[in-house]
Ligand binder design. Structure first.
Ligand SMILES: Nc1ncnc2c1ncn2[C@@H]1O[C@H](COP(=O)(O)OP(=O)(O)OP(=O)(O)O)[C@@H](O)[C@H]1O
Length: 270
C-alpha cells in the first residue's frame, strides 16, 4: 500500500494545519433559486467529513462547487489552498458522482488502464500506471473481477470501479457523492473501512455525502444541511451532547424542529 501523507501536516509556522476546504459566504444559484445560501465552513485535512441532509438540501451542489464543476458560485471557496476549480487541483482532487461514470463495454482493468493513461500519459509512466491500477483494484477489493466487462457488474461493483478511478491519482481530497447508496450492509461497511484507511494511512481528506444517518456516526466531523443552509458543524459526539440525543439522527431531527420553529416565528412576526 502506498503511504504518502499529503494533508494534516502542520504549517511550517507550527500552527494548526490549513483546512482542506474553506468556504466563506458561499452562495450558489441554480435556475432562479439560491440553492446554497451564505455558507461558512471548513473541512479538516486528513479526516472524514460527512455532508448529511435530506434529499434536495444541496449536498450534490456543494460537492460540485468544491470540485469546480458548478456554475453561478459566489463568495469564497478555497480547496487545498487554491480557488475551487483551479487547474492545479485537477490531479489532487478525486470526485465520484452518484452515477458511475465508466465504460460498460470495457473490462474493469481496461477502464482503469484507460483513465490511468489520461492521468499519466506516455511510455515513461507505464510502470507507475500499472502500479496505480493494481493498487486501486486492490483498494476497492475487485481483484477477482479485473477481466469482467463493466456492463455485467452489479450496481455495487460498478460504484467501486468508479471509486477506483477516483483513487488512481492518489488524491489528497476525495469527494464522494452518496457512494453507499443501494449497497448491502457488508459492502457499506467495507467501503467505510476503506475511507478510514485512506484518511488514517494516506492522509486523504474525505468529504462524503449521505442521507443515511447511521453513516454519520462513522465520520470524524459532520456538516448537517437543510434547505441550502448548514444547520450544524460538529463531531457526532458533540451533536449528540449538545442536543441531548442518543443518536445523530435524533440530534438532526431536533435541530430541524428548532430551525422550523424559528422560521415559523419569523414568518408570523413579519
Ligand atoms: N438544474 C437545476 N436547476 C434548478 N434547480 C436545480 C437544478 N438541479 C438541482 N436543483 C435544485 O437544487 C437543490 C439542491 O439539489 P442537490 O442535487 O444539490 O440536492 P441533494 O441534497 O444532493 O439531493 P439528493 O440527496 O437527492 O441527491 C434542489 O432543490 C434541486 O431541486
Amino acid at each position: 500500500m502506498m503511504n504518502s501523507i499529503h494533508a494534516g501536516t502542520p504549517e511550517p509556522s507550527g500552527g494548526p494545519p490549513a483546512p482542506a476546504v474553506e468556504a466563506r459566504a458561499l452562495t450558489v444559484v441554480r435556475g432562479d433559486r439560491s440553492v446554497l445560501r451564505d455558507l461558512c465552513f471548513s473541512v479538516e485535512p486528513g479526516r472524514i467529513t460527512g455532508l448529511l441532509g435530506p434529499s434536495g438540501c444541496g449536498k450534490s451542489t456543494l460537492m460540485r462547487a468544491v470540485v469546480g464543476t458548478q456554475a453561478k458560485v459566489t463568495g469564497t471557496l478555497d480547496v487545498l489552498g487554491h480557488p475551487a476549480g483551479h487547474p492545479a487541483l485537477r490531479p489532487r482532487v478525486g470526485y465520484v458522482t452518484q452515477a458511475p461514470s465508466i465504460y460498460t463495454d470495457l473490462t474493469v482493468r481496461q477502464n482503469l488502464d484507460y483513465f490511468a493513461a489520461v492521468l499519466q500519459p506516455g511510455r515513461r509512466h507505464r510502470d507507475a500506471r500499472r502500479e496505480a491500477v493494481t493498487r486501486t483494484i486492490d483498494d476497492v477489493d475487485l481483484a477477482s473481477h479485473t477481466d469482467v466487462l463493466a456492463g455485467t457488474l452489479s450496481g455495487g461493483q460498478l460504484s467501486r470501479v468508479s471509486l477506483a478511478v477516483a483513487l488512481l491519482g492518489t488524491p489528497e481530497l476525495l469527494v464522494l457523492d452518496e457512494p453507499t447508496v443501494g449497497l448491502d450492509p457488508v459492502l457499506r461497511r467495507d467501503l467505510w473501512n476503506l475511507f478510514h484507511f485512506l484518511a488514517a494511512e494516506r492522509g486523504t481528506t474525505v468529504l462524503v455525502s449521505s442521507h443515511v444517518m447511521d453513516e454519520a456516526e462513522r465520520c470524524h466531523r459532520l456538516l448537517l444541511m437543510r434547505d441550502g443552509e448548514i444547520l450544524a458543524d460538529d463531531t457526532p459526539a458533540g451533536l449528540r451532547t449538545r442536543t441531548g440525543s442518543d443518536t445523530v439522527e435524533a440530534a438532526f431531527l431536533r435541530l430541524v424542529d428548532q430551525a422550523s420553529a424559528t422560521d415559523t416565528r419569523q414568518e408570523t412576526t413579519r
